[in-house]
Design a protein around this ligand. Structure first.
Ligand code: PLP
Length: 415
């Protein structure tokens, strides 16, 4: 898919006068268009909802935009629950899909009336003992050897998430006995998966389980939650997911498995993060140095602390050199950050136009798992986040960290 930018060099030069690089900038128009396309495609689903995964991009301004588009929020920690509350989410607009969860987090989720999604059978007792059981319960299924997963989450039978098939049946049986009457079923077995068949298969797998579980225990399922993990075309050669096609295939399965078995209405919900916000974020950074040793390096004013994916997963992020969009890509560079780690590289052996210090580079697709995975290693400070609004205005939606933020947790008077 051709990589295009929602801004040009002169707009960015103007922005840099107010907000020095590096910063992440998000495109409101693109974000809304992606959200609307998803909702339009799945409009056949009774009460369709995407619970945007807060961990993907926890900026309240962006999440508020998505809330206005009809989305809920998927939280994985106490902090994210409080973020959801402060943005204005209420009750079952919040999905709490957590791992190794402490009691105080379940307590907050229950207080908020969030949908609680348990990651293990032993958490039924833990929840009951510490917090009390909610009216509605959901479990995360791990299909183990029945599915293959993908490179990012790994083989399901090696993954720490969810309940086995046997445990899943046991869990609903126990919950029914304990008087719970409202049920959901969740899974998430892939991450950044652009093979759309995987997502269609996941829906089919969950529908089959709903049929089996409903019959076996005479319980009614309110929803299946397909999880997140829909991939985006990071590379220009990647083929994006055809949402309309995926929706049509899932609808066929819904008719065959759910409607025919008299199990409708069943909601189909998701927790996509990256698919929604990923393509609409850009890390803008300036080339500071050019280094020619055994290879040619371009050193920029950001680093892995601003975008960890390339260093962590060897992930590809497209790079545009502003003003040189149409120049011949006749140079091969490693584009590197300033950490003392040799994997702090945004690109390796990348064909790019000739870059000189002062050039502005735009790293694409940083709207999901970009800023949010940031850290302070090497004393690096997190950047600002900006929003390019639909009317062309640019607003600051998070300031850059400063030295006081870094030192705020330390008490130098005791040393
Ligand atoms: C349980 C759960 N839901 C949703 C997501 C969102 O994933 P993505 O942003 O890839 O859609 C994640 C990501 O790790 C997750 O763990």
């Amino acid at each position: 898919m051709k990589k295009v930018l929602p801004f040009n060099k002169s707009q960015i030069e103007k922005i840099i006068k107010d907000y020095p690089t590096p910063f992440h900038i998000y495109d409101e128009e693109g974000l809304k268009a992606t959200a609307r396309n998803l909702y339009k495609s799945f409009s056949w689903v009774p009460q369709f909802k995407n619970f945007f995964a807060a961990k993907t991009n926890p900026n309240p301004y962006l999440i508020k935009i998505l809330k206005e588009e009809g989305m809920g929020i998927d939280c994985s920690s106490l902090t994210e629950l409080i973020l959801a509350e402060r943005i204005g989410f209420k009750g079952e607009e919040i999905m709490f899909s957590s791992n190794e969860t402490p009691a105080k987090e379940y307590k907050k989720a229950k207080e908020l009336g969030a949908i609680i999604n348990l990651d293990d059978i032993s958490h039924i007792e833990y929840l009951e003992k510490n917090v009390g059981l909610p009216d509605l319960i959901c479990f995360r299924y791990n299909p183990g050897p029945k599915r293959t997963g993908n490179r990012f989450i790994g083989d399901p039978k090696e993954a720490k998430f969810g309940l086995t098939h046997r445990q899943l049946f046991e869990a609903y049986k126990i919950c029914k006995k304990k008087g719970i009457k409202r049920f959901g079923l969740h899974t998430m077995i892939v991450s950044n998966e652009i093979n759309q068949d995987a997502h269609i298969q996941t829906a089919g797998m969950l529908f089959d389980l709903v049929v089996e579980l409903s019959k076996k225990f005479s319980i009614h399922f309110e929803f299946i939650n397909m999880g997140g993990g829909w991939g985006i075309p990071y590379k220009p050669t990647d083929i994006p997911i055809d949402v309309e096609f995926v929706s049509r295939q899932i609808k066929k399965l819904y008719e065959e498995k759910i409607i025919k078995n008299n199990l409708a209405p069943l909601r189909v919900v998701m927790e996509n993060g990256r698919f929604i916000s990923g393509p609409h974020g850009y890390l803008v950074t300036t080339a500071l140095h050019k280094k020619e040793i055994y290879k040619d390096y371009i050193g920029v004013d950001s680093c892995m602390a601003n975008l960890m994916r390339p260093g962590m997963y060897g992930a590809y992020h497209h790079i545009t050199v502003l003003g040189k969009e149409n120049a011949t890509k006749n140079k091969t560079y490693d584009v590197v950050g300033s950490l003392c780690e040799n994997n702090d590289k945004f690109a390796i052996d990348r064909k790019l136009p000739k870059i000189i210090p002062g050039d502005i580079l735009v790293i694409h697709d940083t709207g999901g798992h970009g800023y949010s995975m940031g850290f302070n290693y090497n004393g690096k400070l997190r950047s600002a986040e900006l929003l390019l609004k639909e009317n062309g205005e640019v607003i600051k939606i998070r300031r850059a960290e400063n030295l006081d933020d870094y030192f705020a947790t330390l008490d130098f008077t005791k040393i």
